[in-house]
Design a protein around this ligand. Structure first.
Ligand code: PLP
Ligand code: COI
Length: 336
């Protein structure tokens, strides 16, 4: 079995975790080799999008052991997503144990230290069982699959071009704040259109007024202003990115920057010198330009990663691999 990352595509790994929910109880989770699931053709996940997922990574340390980054935060967000989808909540300890078991079982597929590749971890829950009418399922599957990955966009250090979307991924009081498949299905049209035009991804605007930056299709948005403040959109319809929370902490506590969650007007970007997309898959990807209604805005640092973005990238990836001390109990070390 080839165990190397191929960009951000699925490389089959030896084991995945699965647990079944029926009659109000979860079965004991097990590791298994096949990565297919047989479910009823009338499962709610298939017809009504009753599902939720998470995304986190395992990082090989210099000493050969493995780091998980902020896994408890993923467990908490997964509960919020499941609750919003009317699905049972997985207790934090079961979520974390499932992630640990799956990563350790696939140790050979955790890329080497210093390779710029990591093991992406995808926990998910789906509503299953025969259920034609619109109502929450009675049965669920919780599973964790993993795959080695390298960069999500063209490369983590080169600024990419993005374009705003005239359609929305989320509604003002909808499901934009939780990590559920429907948000991503709704974003695909704009993403494909953007990629066909040569852009790395699309930037969604706030669904109510279409005047403020909301987030990137697969990541949050941040900027570094001329006055050296870290700014990021404040909105109830974007995902509360764990990477973004980490960058805000680093910016404030380690780089002594002002940090603001605020409105970012798409027509007034001149005060931003450095822009970026941040997320588990995207890590910290600089954005060089944003095209909006035919006008291309070029940030000051559009050819190379700006100096503060570079520092944020260096520090977050250093903490994740264990090279920089963990400032806030974010790391779980798995001994191999
Ligand atoms: N926003 C969206 C829409 C995402 O899909 C992701 C990826 O998970 C993020 C933001 C970043 O979140 P996190 O940093 O928790 O991975
Ligand atoms: C992640 O960064 O974990 C995500 O879920 C983004 C996804 C679209 C690949």
């Amino acid at each position: 079995m080839e165990n190397k990352a191929k960009g951000f595509t699925y490389v089959k790994t030896p084991f995945n975790y699965i647990s079944f929910y029926e009659d109000g109880k979860w079965s004991e989770g097990v590791l298994r080799e096949e990565d297919t699931i047989t479910i009823s053709s009338t499962s709610t996940a298939l017809h009504y999008g009753q599902e939720a997922f998470e995304g986190l990574k395992a990082y090989r340390r210099k000493d050969g052991n493995i780091n998980l980054f902020r896994v408890l935060d993923n467990a908490k967000r997964f509960q919020m997503s499941c609750e919003r989808m009317m699905m049972p909540k997985i207790p934090y300890d079961i979520f974390i144990e499932a992630v640990k078991m799956t990563v350790l079982a696939n140790n050979e597929f955790v890329p080497p230290y210093g390779s710029n590749s990591t093991l992406y971890i995808r926990p998910f829950m789906i509503g299953v069982g025969a259920n034609l009418g619109l109502r929450p399922a009675k049965k669920y599957i919780f599973s964790v699959v993993v795959s080695p990955v390298s960069s999500y966009f063209e490369g983590p250090l080169k600024p990419v071009d993005m374009i705003t979307s005239s359609i929305d991924r989320a509604a003002p009081h909808g499901t934009g704040h939780v990590k559920v498949g429907g948000n991503y299905a709704a974003s695909l049209y704009a993403q494909v259109e953007a990629r066909e035009k040569g852009y790395a991804d699309t930037i969604f605007l706030d669904p109510a007024t279409h005047t403020k930056i909301e987030e990137v299709g697969a990541a949050n948005f941040f900027g570094i202003t001329h006055e050296k403040a870290y700014i990021t959109p404040k909105s109830p319809s974007i995902l509360d990115s764990i990477t973004n929370r980490t960058l805000r902490h680093i910016a404030f506590h380690m780089l002594a920057l002002d940090v603001q969650e605020c409105d970012i007007d798409i027509d007034a970007l001149d005060h931003i010198d450095e822009a970026g997309a941040c997320g588990t898959a995207a890590v910290v990807t600089p954005i060089g330009t944003i095209t909006h209604l035919g006008h291309k805005h070029q940030f000051k640092y559009h050819k190379e990663m700006g100096p503060i973005t570079k520092e944020l990238y260096r520090i977050i990836t250093g903490i994740q691999t264990g090279d920089i001390p963990d400032p806030s109990n974010w790391i779980t070390i798995l001994k191999v």
